[in-house]
Write a protein that binds this ligand. Structure first.
Ligand code: CA
Length: 232
């Protein structure tokens, strides 16, 4: 969790300094903002890894700031923890519905906050590890083992899935049959190169209904590639 940049938005200086001190000591880089306006300036300057937002701010409310960030294209994936002095369940619900990822009630100990921050960072990083590969209209959700094209499900056999996964990891690059055999089939000597052509055909067929078959392109004399650009 080192080198993570946290933006702390809190108007009460004493509280802000106390929280920032604890987080810095835990190894985080902390930037401070005293209101929503300053927070937006700081975010525009550099995207933080996580934002802590106090509910009660002097300009717009922390909830409003959260909503604004969740609407922004650049900022909608920012992990946000709301800080509040109010423990009411309705506030918690409002905060989470407003787009906050977590919620912590004052007073809290530095350790409790750190635990929440670490947990949220892990969760958002875990999201990356379970990654969704995207190429053009295609999306491969590896955790769910599911492929969609413009949100339409794509039915694939296991080999076609592996082949597509390899292509989606390496889009726009040409691979020879030999390379594909090596990288996708693990160099199984019992698989003929012709077999690859069969699986390429099946993959195209599976992608036809969702109009993505043309992504799988034959490059004469070289091999195959996955590309969103028209075949030429
Ligand atoms: Ca406040």
């Amino acid at each position: 969790m080192k080198d993570k940049n946290i933006l702390l938005v809190e108007d009460e200086r004493a509280i802000r300094e106390m929280i920032a001190f604890g987080l810095r000591r835990a190894g985080f880089e902390v930037r401070e903002a005293e209101d929503s306006r300053a927070a937006r300036v700081a975010i525009a300057d550099r995207l933080p890894d996580l934002v802590l937002i106090d509910w009660m701010l002097p300009d717009t409310s922390g909830l409003e700031l959260t909503r604004t960030l969740k609407r922004g294209r650049e900022t909608r994936d920012l992990p946000i923890i709301m800080l509040t002095a109010r423990a009411e369940e309705s506030d918690k619900v409002a905060g989470l519905e407003g787009g906050a990822d977590d919620y912590i009630t004052k007073p809290f100990s530095p350790r409790e906050l750190q635990a929440r921050v670490n947990a949220l960072l892990r969760r958002t990083e875990g999201h990356d590890a379970e990654e969704v590969l995207k190429v053009g209209v295609l999306a491969m959700d590896r955790a769910a083992h599911r492929v969609t094209a413009s949100d339409e499900p794509v039915e694939l056999g296991p080999t076609e899935y592996r082949l597509l996964e390899f292509f989606m990891r390496n889009p726009e690059r040409v691979f020879s049959r030999e390379q594909l055999l090596d990288r996708v089939w693990g160099g199984n000597v019992y698989v003929e190169e012709r077999t690859i052509d069969v699986h390429i055909r099946r993959l195209r067929k599976s992608l036809e209904p969702v109009k993505a078959a043309e992504y799988v392109q034959t490059v004469r004399g070289a091999g195959y590639r996955l590309s969103t650009r028209p075949d030429s």
